[in-house]
Design a protein around this ligand. Structure first.
Ligand SMILES: [Zn+2]
Ligand SMILES: [Zn+2]
Length: 340
C-alpha cells in the first residue's frame, strides 16, 4: 500500500470520529514529509529504520509507513477501517443516501487543516457529486479570512482541480462570507458574482439584542448574492470551544425572508453546533424554506458529518425535495443563480 495514502486515510478516519487534533496532525504531517521524498528512498529508509530519526516521524507513524512499504494494509489503518464501517448516525439513512453534495467546507487557506486537493479527494471518495469550498471572508481575521486577492487566486486552484477531474465530481467555488454588523456582506459584489455558492453567516456580536440581530440577518438575506444562511443561531453545544447559547432574533421574520428570497436555511451538521435546533427547523419548515444540509468540514474526515445533519433533518420531517443538497448539480446552480 502507498504509505502516503495510508497516513492520509488514517487521518481521515480519525477526523471523522473527532479524535484530538494533535493526534490527527501527526499523520497528516508525516504524510506531507514522506510525500515530498522519492518513494524508493522512503522504502529504503523504512526498511533500515533511518526514517525513525527524521523530524516529524514518530513511533506510530514509522510503524504505519514500514507496514505499508512491506506491501500490506497497516494494522492501525485496518482497525480504523473496521470501526468506520459503522455509520456515524443511527437515523436518517434514507435521506443520507439521497444527498448529492455539500455547500460548506474549509481548507487550510482559512481555518481548515488540509489543502483544497485533499478536501476534494475525500468528497469524491465519499460519493459526493459536488462540494462547495467556502473559506472565510476578510473580516474573520482569527480564521485567516481571504482577501479579494487571495480568493481570486483560490478560484484558479479550484478551476485547476475541476479541469483535471474526469469523474464528474465538481468542486464549487464559494465563500462563507461574514454578515457584518450593518447587515451587508464582507466581500465585494463583483467578487461574489464570480462564485458558485455564497453562504452568509454571523460570526461576531452574537449576543446582540433581538432587533439588532434580526435586522442584521434580514440585510444579508435580502442581498441577491446570498444562497445559504449558515448556522443561524451560532450556538455551541459541546467541544473544545465550550458552549454558547443561541443568538436571539425574530425567527418568523428571518425564515419568511429566506422563503421569499429562495435562501436555504442551513442544517449545520457539526456535532458541536447542531444548528438550528429542532424547534427552529420546524419554524423554517412551516415558513416554506429550503434547506441545505452541510458538513462545515474543516478537515477531510469531517465531510462525513453530513450523516448527523441528515439524521436531524429526517427526525424533523424535512421533505427531501426541500433540501437543495439532494438536487442534481444543474438544478442546484440554476437555483444559486450561476447556472448556464
Ligand atoms: Zn461559520
Ligand atoms: Zn464554516
Amino acid at each position: 500500500m502507498d504509505a502516503v495514502d495510508a497516513l492520509n486515510e488514517i487521518a481521515f478516519w480519525l477526523e471523522r470520529e473527532l479524535a484530538p487534533t494533535f493526534k490527527i496532525q501527526a499523520f497528516r504531517k508525516a504524510a506531507g514529509i514522506i510525500g515530498a521524498l522519492d518513494p524508493d528512498e522512503v522504502a529504503a529508509r523504512a526498511r533500515n529504520g533511518r526514517l525513525k530519526s527524521m523530524k516529524g516521524i514518530g513511533d506510530r507513524t514509522f510503524e504505519v509507513i514500514r507496514q505499508a512499504v512491506d506491501g500490506g494494509v497497516p494494522e492501525y489503518l485496518e482497525g480504523l477501517r473496521q470501526r468506520g464501517q459503522q455509520p456515524l448516525a443511527k437515523g436518517g439513512a434514507e435521506l443520507r443516501s439521497a444527498l448529492r453534495g455539500d455547500l460548506h467546507s474549509h481548507s487550510d487557506w482559512s481555518d481548515g487543516g488540509s489543502p483544497i486537493e485533499l478536501m476534494a479527494d475525500a468528497a469524491r471518495t465519499l460519493g459526493r457529486d459536488y462540494l462547495a469550498l467556502t473559506d472565510h471572508s476578510p473580516n474573520l481575521k482569527i480564521a485567516n479570512g481571504l482577501s479579494a486577492e487571495r480568493l481570486t487566486e483560490q478560484l484558479d486552484v479550484v478551476a485547476g482541480i475541476n479541469h483535471d477531474d474526469g469523474s464528474g465530481f465538481r468542486l464549487l467555488a464559494g465563500i462563507e462570507v461574514d454578515i457584518l454588523e450593518n447587515g451587508t456582506l464582507d466581500q465585494s459584489p463583483d467578487m461574489l458574482d464570480r462564485l458558485d455558492i455564497v453562504v452568509a453567516s454571523v460570526h461576531s456580536k452574537l449576543r446582540s439584542d433581538r432587533r439588532t440581530m434580526t435586522d442584521r440577518m434580514l440585510g444579508a438575506i435580502s442581498d441577491p448574492h446570498t444562497n445559504v444562511l449558515g448556522h443561524c443561531t451560532g450556538r455551541l453545544l459541546q467541544g473544545s470551544r465550550g458552549t454558547r447559547p443561541q443568538s436571539e432574533f425574530d425567527a418568523q421574520r428571518v425564515f419568511a425572508a429566506c422563503a421569499e428570497q429562495g435562501v436555504a436555511v442551513e442544517i449545520n451538521s457539526r456535532p458541536e453546533r447542531q444548528d438550528p435546533p429542532g424547534e427552529l427547523i420546524q419554524l423554517a419548515l412551516a415558513a416554506g424554506c429550503l434547506f441545505s444540509i452541510d458538513s462545515d468540514a474543516h478537515a477531510p474526515g469531517q465531510l462525513d458529518f453530513l450523516q448527523y445533519g441528515a439524521e436531524r433533518a429526517a427526525a424533523n420531517g424535512v421533505p427531501t425535495e426541500r433540501i437543495v443538497t439532494t438536487w442534481p448539480l444543474d438544478r442546484l446552480l440554476e437555483w444559486s443563480g450561476r447556472g448556464k
